[in-house]
Design a protein around this ligand. Structure first.
Ligand code: PMV
Length: 347
């Protein structure tokens, strides 16, 4: 097939890890399996326009962010193109315009790399499929996740919803280090429409980029035990998804978040990525949970922001609690309400 010009548009959501990916075995190969909830509202929407070109020796692409040219993302895309060229041989044959926007405030401190890379990978796969129409739907999504991983590991978990596992685990059939797979075991109704309210504690630039962070696990004193723990926590979580045991869920998820930060505090060089308000929020959540018995918990990424996780049927009370007690700890009172979502969609 030969295609001269065209365009696609995909939107891909962010995701929040419950069992964290922190450390690599090899380039873009995770040291342990991870699992995440795919989100619904925090999304990147990317249009890809393409036209066949004469010179086929180099990559040619223009980047627009929210309608305006954006040079700073170019090296990241260039690197991504270099990594995936062997899997997408058409990449040097077209001139691309990549036009991207996020549904969440840019510079909100929410990482857009997972959603951004996933949305780009989906678009590139649409072109790959147009050139190879015999491709199956399963292959399409699997390869999209495979490509997204090469751009940013956690991005491979943003292709599908609602719960995605990335990395080999003995109890999850079909799990792979090379792409994310939809978790297809039983999931209890307690997790249906699970909520994630993201409290923006610190919108500043990340102190530690995730690539630097993953490298801190090489030769880390506690690395091997940590990687085993991730396997154990994922195994427990599989049972929790089935049983609906929210107390167990809370223990695993909060422990994973604190372990991630412990790894950063005990690496050389060491980092403290939580801010005083992160701790204020954690303590307030614990107090509220103790007093009300409402099963609300927190998780953290490699930064100061707090993800507040809770079942849909507690939404009213938890949102009231957030407004009454947690908003004051957020920068400019900002927070984002999100929930579990279905993954990337073409639109
Ligand atoms: O995908 P990366 O390389 O940006 O790493 C993401 C790491 C964490 O967000 C801290 C954990 C995770 O599993 O998403």
């Amino acid at each position: 097939h030969s295609i001269e010009t065209g365009k696609f548009q995909w939107s891909s959501p962010s995701n929040i890890a419950l069992v964290k990916y922190w450390g690599k075995k090899d380039k873009q190969i995770p040291a342990n399996p991870s699992v995440s909830f795919t989100l619904n509202n925090c999304k990147t929407i990317t249009k890809l326009a393409f036209a066949k070109k004469q010179n086929q020796d180099t990559f040619s692409f223009d980047l627009l962010f929210e309608g305006k040219p954006k040079e700073d993302f170019k090296p990241k895309i260039q690197q991504f193109f270099e990594r995936v060229l062997v899997y997408l041989p058409f990449l040097k044959k077209y001139q691309f315009t990549i036009d991207t926007q996020n549904t969440f405030p840019h510079s909100s401190g929410i990482a857009s790399s997972a959603s951004g890379i996933a949305a780009l990978a989906m678009n590139l796969m649409s072109l790959e499929k147009a050139l190879n129409p015999e491709m199956t739907e399963d292959y399409f999504y699997q390869k999209a996740s495979f490509l997204a991983r090469l751009g940013s590991g956690s991005a491979c978990r943003s292709v599908k919803g609602k719960v995605v596992v990335w990395g080999e685990h003995k109890n999850i059939q079909g799990s792979s280090d090379l792409f994310g797979v939809q978790f297809s075991n039983a999931i209890h109704d307690n997790f249906k429409n699970f909520q994630d309210t993201i409290l923006l504690v610190d919108k500043g630039e990340k102190q530690v980029s995730s690539s630097v962070g993953h490298n801190l696990m090489n030769g880390h004193l506690f690395a091997e035990r940590r990687f085993e723990q991730a396997h154990e926590n994922l195994e427990k979580l599989i049972q929790v998804f089935e049983s609906g045991n929210l107390d167990e869920f809370i223990t695993i998820v909060e422990s994973e978040a604190l372990t991630l930060h412990s790894m950063m505090m005990t690496s050389i060089p060491y980092f403290i990525l939580m801010k005083p308000n992160t701790l204020e929020i954690i303590n307030a959540i614990w107090k509220f949970r103790n007093e009300t018995k409402i099963p609300v918990c927190f998780t953290l990424d490699a930064g100061a922001n707090v993800h507040v996780l809770y079942p849909e049927n507690t939404k009213e009370s938890v949102l009231q609690f957030i407004k009454d007690e947690l908003v004051d700890y957020c920068q400019n009172g900002q927070y984002i309400c999100d929930e579990i979502g279905i993954g990337s969609i073409e639109n």
